[in-house]
Ligand binder design. Structure first.
Ligand code: AVJ
Length: 331
């Protein structure tokens, strides 16, 4: 980890070097597409185009997770802030920080300096957002980190914060399996002090009739978002995917309790990927599993916390109890 740019004392950018990122992408694609069930880690959705498409997904009528979490944060920002106190706010997967702004406004209204430490894998979005926030909040001090934090929450130790509130919003934890999620929470808890808090935004289990359209919208934005990862392989790894030869597929896996997104091969085909020196073969209807989005009950969320020595202290819901904002403290 290195500190790359210091434009002024209110904004510092920490960077994981690009080399590491690129290597990982090539290796993950090579491994994932060689597996019996082909798969790709969802974090690779978020290149510049993918980040734009995700923002667009958030405006879709079908995509309730965004709206509902937004409702919670806008309704209860003052209450949440009162519970957290004026602690430095670290956020995993901050993206455009649209929802977080409600919380940042509560900090701002306190009328004294506060520190916001966003961590994201999408570099452009991170940078643009940080600069925008500097304009919007006169008391904000930003330490932004461009990093892949998946499976390694310890990256935030580079911020060297004495006390902190760690936020993981947007149901992004849902992209990990429950087993990996518990491990992520355990490792996060291990680097939290006794007065630190953990704020988790997570989607709740509900009827597939509501969940499924959120991942298979009428306008096909989610389909474009899903297919974009093939475009990225073409661009960054010399892949020769023909996007029209794959179709977007979303399903609810009732046993695992997650929405799955796949890309299904419309016909048998062989796809060269130059930079990993592989030709990937597909049967007709064979899929690449590109994302799991786990849904939980409140009890399951509480239990995951316990397994990580985190105690669920407060819960906030939207009016329809569609989404949960949970505040944990160390045991
Ligand atoms: C960014 C993890 C919240 O799982 O709902 C949106 C991403 N995938 N549509 C989710 C996503 C398909 C998403 N999160």
């Amino acid at each position: 980890m290195q500190t790359e740019v210091i434009p002024n004392k209110r904004l510092q950018l920490y960077c994981m070097d690009a080399q590491t990122h690129q290597h990982t992408f090539a290796r993950d694609v090579a491994d994932g597409l060689a597996a019996p069930q082909k798969w790709l880690p969802p974090k690779y959705f978020y290149d510049e185009r993918g980040s734009q498409l995700y923002e667009q997904i958030c405006t879709l009528p079908e995509y309730y997770p965004y709206r509902t979490e937004m409702e919670i944060l806008s309704t209860y920002a003052a209450e949440i802030y009162a519970e957290i106190g004026h602690l430095a706010l670290v956020e995993f997967g901050s993206g455009s920080a649209t929802k977080t702004r409600h919380l940042l406004s509560a900090y701002e209204w306190a009328g004294r300096p506060f520190r916001y430490c966003p961590v994201d894998i999408a570099r452009e979005v991170l940078w643009d957002t940080a600069n925008r926030l500097l304009q919007e909040y006169s008391h904000i001090e930003i330490r932004a980190m461009h990093a892949d934090f998946a499976g390694q929450p310890e990256v935030i130790q580079a911020f060297q914060l004495e006390k902190k509130a760690v936020a993981f919003l947007g149901s992004s934890l849902g992209n990990s399996t429950p087993e990996d999620s518990v491990r992520f929470l355990q490792r996060t808890a291990a680097i939290m002090g006794p007065e630190d808090v953990f704020l988790l935004g997570i989607d709740l289990k509900k009827s597939p009739a509501i969940m499924l359209p959120a991942y298979d919208d009428a306008q096909g934005v989610t389909a474009a978002f899903n297919l974009n990862v093939l475009h990225r392989i073409n661009r960054e790894l010399g892949g020769q995917f023909e996007l029209q030869s794959f179709e977007h597929l979303a399903l609810y896996n009732n046993e695992r309790g997650c929405i799955e997104m796949h890309l299904r091969s419309r016909h048998a085909q062989r796809v060269p990927i130059v930079q990993i020196e592989q030709v990937v073969s597909f049967d007709k209807d064979e899929t690449i599993h590109t994302e799991s989005s786990y849904k939980y009950s409140v009890d399951e969320v509480r239990d995951m916390g316990y397994q990580a020595n985190l105690v669920l202290r407060r819960t906030w819901f939207d009016a329809r109890r569609s989404f949960l904002l949970a505040l944990f403290r160390p045991l």
